[in-house]
Write a protein that binds this ligand. Structure first.
Ligand code: GLN
Length: 450
């Protein structure tokens, strides 16, 4: 199995560009050792021998981890992220590290310092981002499943663009230890899979408390496969009008409304509701995430690890020069925006206000969840756009995240799964949002729908 994936990567990834690093040797060596264990009659994990692709912002011991940044071009982590430990303990095969927007900042994978990943459905289009490599790899069958990270939609939006299933678990459900931080109060690791039952299996693998992550929740992991093949009669689903209004493409709206019909035919009750604070989620997200990023990325000083400038006279010059050469334009933009929002004199007006809005958005979801089991929205306002179409217009790029960021702001779990195709033949994603730690209900309804 491993060999056949590697062979396919060899041919197909020349066109798609999902991987930054293909770990051919170590993948084959691990596969051989799993074979040996199996031949010896050892009892193996049900995940043993299954290949997996990893977004290149999760630390893999001995395997280059770049975050798609020149800053970490030669970074070989001395340790494994908790999630990588789990993968290794279960004898899974790491095929390689997947392309992304630099430091997970972006919505198209065009911000990678290496190359642009193509949408496998149409090679002139972006795969979404920032986990564009993770979504494209699953869509092009360059890995049976992959891991991505989601700070404001980076698992769900590329899943939507590439027609696969992407799940962001509740904040705290999956350990972030060894995930290179973008915005620590929003980041969460999750799976990208071909279908919902694989997503349930993947959640079983990756969830669980970790003492190495102080934000990791003390909560049991249910067997998510028990939510498959369930009746959804009487389930109450909210459809907020604000996610179906201005800016949402007609094809997307039509697809979501036909999904609503399908769910209603299965006995679910879908009500239109209001969520007034929705329009403030995007500005609040970009302030909070950039503020946290500016602080998290302060560690890249050209000294401890990462890129170091060759030409400098003073220590300050070394810092400046290394950061100037190592970071790309979007990362610099976020650092500047975040530093500004945290500055004394501006803190109350921007950062504090954004945090207050965050609480209001969380409260609105709580109110909805007092009455409903799930909230249903499109995953994004449009389907995939052409490579190059938005790269010079940051605001337009940020607007792609309008449907996904409120969920991270509130720390909730959500899935994106395919609900059809637009007139260009590009996939459309449907988003189901659940109560905190109620991924099970999401899996239940998503599987019934699929
Ligand atoms: N597109 C969003 C951003 O650029 C989300 C990124 C993410 O979830 N990592 O910030």
């Amino acid at each position: 199995v491993t060999q056949s994936y590697l062979d396919r990567i060899d041919v197909v990834d020349k066109k798609v560009g999902a991987y930054i690093t293909v770990a051919t040797e170590s993948a084959l060596a691990t596969a051989r050792s799993v074979d040996e264990k199996r031949n010896k009659g050892e009892v193996l994990s049900p995940f043993a021998g299954i290949p997996i692709g990893i977004k290149d912002n999760m630390c893999t011991e001995g395997l280059r981890t770049t975050c798609a940044s020149k800053m970490l071009d030669n970074f070989i982590p001395p340790f494994d992220a908790t999630i990588i430990n789990k993968i290794k303990e279960n004898d899974m095969i790491i095929l390689g590290k997947l392309n992304m927007d630099e430091f997970a900042m972006g919505s198209s994978t065009e911000n990678s310092a290496y190359h642009v990943t193509k949408n496998p459905w149409h090679l002139d289009y972006v795969p979404g981002g920032s986990s564009g490599g993770s979504a494209a790899a699953v869509a092009a069958e360059l890995a049976p499943f992959t891991l991505g990270s989601d700070t404001g939609g980076s698992i769900r939006q590329p899943a939507h663009y590439c027609g696969v299933v992407g799940m962001k678990p509740t904040y705290g459900r999956v350990s972030r230890y060894g995930l290179i931080a973008f915005a620590s109060s929003l980041d969460q690791i999750g799976p990208l899979t071909r279908d919902v039952s694989d997503a349930a299996l993947a959640l079983n693998l990756i969830c669980g408390h970790d003492r190495m992550d102080s934000s990791s929740a003390f909560i049991d992991t249910p067997d998510f496969t028990t939510y498959l093949d369930q009746d959804i009669k009487g389930m109450r689903i909210a459809l907020p009008r604000e996610f179906m209004g201005e800016g949402i493409a007609e094809d997307v709206k039509a697809s979501i409304l036909s999904a609503v019909k399908v769910l209603e035919n299965m006995g679910a009750v879908v009500d239109e509701v209001h969520m007034e604070m929705t329009e403030y989620a995007l500005p609040s997200y970009y302030l909070i995430s950039s503020a946290e990023a500016s602080s998290n990325l302060a560690r890249f000083d050209g000294i401890k690890y990462g890129h170091q400038a060759g030409d400098y006279d003073t220590l300050v010059e070394l810092y400046k020069q290394s950061r100037d050469e190592g970071f790309g334009a979007e990362v610099k933009r976020r650092i500047m925006l975040g530093t500004y929002a945290l500055s004394s004199g501006y803190y109350d007006a921007y950062y504090k206000k954004a945090q207050q809005v965050r609480t209001l958005i969380k409260n609105q979801f709580d109110l909805l969840f007092a009455e409903y089991d799930l909230v249903l929205t499109p995953t994004g306002p449009t389907t995939a756009f052409k490579i190059g179409a938005k790269i010079n217009n940051p605001i337009e790029m940020y607007l792609n995240d309008i449907c996904t960021v409120p969920i991270n702001i509130a720390g909730l779990p959500a899935i994106s799964l395919n609900s059809g195709f637009d007139r260009m033949g590009l996939p459309i994603g449907l988003q189901l949002i659940g109560k905190g730690f109620d991924e099970g209900t999401i899996i239940k309804v998503a599987h019934a729908y699929e």
